[in-house]
Design a protein around this ligand. Structure first.
Ligand code: ZN
Length: 159
């Protein structure tokens, strides 16, 4: 496993649409492992493949509530409900945050890292993370959705 370089806003790979993953192979398994390492190393709660420069429909999420990481391959949003507005940030836009309105509930169909069909129901922060990461697969950055502009955030203290 390895830490990959996180692409930042302005890198055109972040504006492109990702391709479907049709089969799991060693290269893609290594990518998923590296995405997890890179996300944890950077202190993020989610990471999409284009953020490490790979245009594949894969996201990893871990909001730190003990359920361990979630890997979504080819995720599709089936249902949304409700609304939440709150601060959102992105590892590709370091040191910034801004208010985005998202659904409060989402239901997603995807494959897991073994290409088994899964469904995920998410609320609140997890729903926000799922929507944010799936947007990356469509080349959408949250800064396009921010209400009222970006503001600076203090870097987290390292311990
Ligand atoms: Zn992001």
């Amino acid at each position: 496993m390895a830490i990959r370089r996180i692409r930042e806003l302005g890198d055109e790979v972040l504006t492109k649409k990702c391709k479907e993953v049709t089969k799991m192979n060693l290269r893609t398994r290594i990518l998923i492992g590296d995405m997890l390492d890179t996300m944890y190393e950077a202190g993020g709660v989610g990471l999409a493949a284009p953020q490490v420069g790979v245009l594949k429909n894969i996201v990893v999420i871990d909001i730190g509530e003990g359920d361990g990481p979630i890997t979504l391959v080819n995720p599709v949003i089936l249902e949304t409900a409700g609304e939440q507005s709150g601060d959102e940030g992105c590892l590709s836009v370091p040191g910034k945050a801004g208010v985005v309105t998202r659904p409060n509930y989402v239901k997603v169909r995807a494959q897991n890292e073994n290409m088994e069909e899964i469904e995920l129901e998410a609320e609140e922060l997890l729903a926000r993370a799922v929507c944010h990461e799936i947007d990356h697969l469509d080349g959408i950055m949250y800064v396009e959705l921010v209400e009222g502009g970006l503001h600076d955030v203090e870097p987290e203290e390292e311990d």
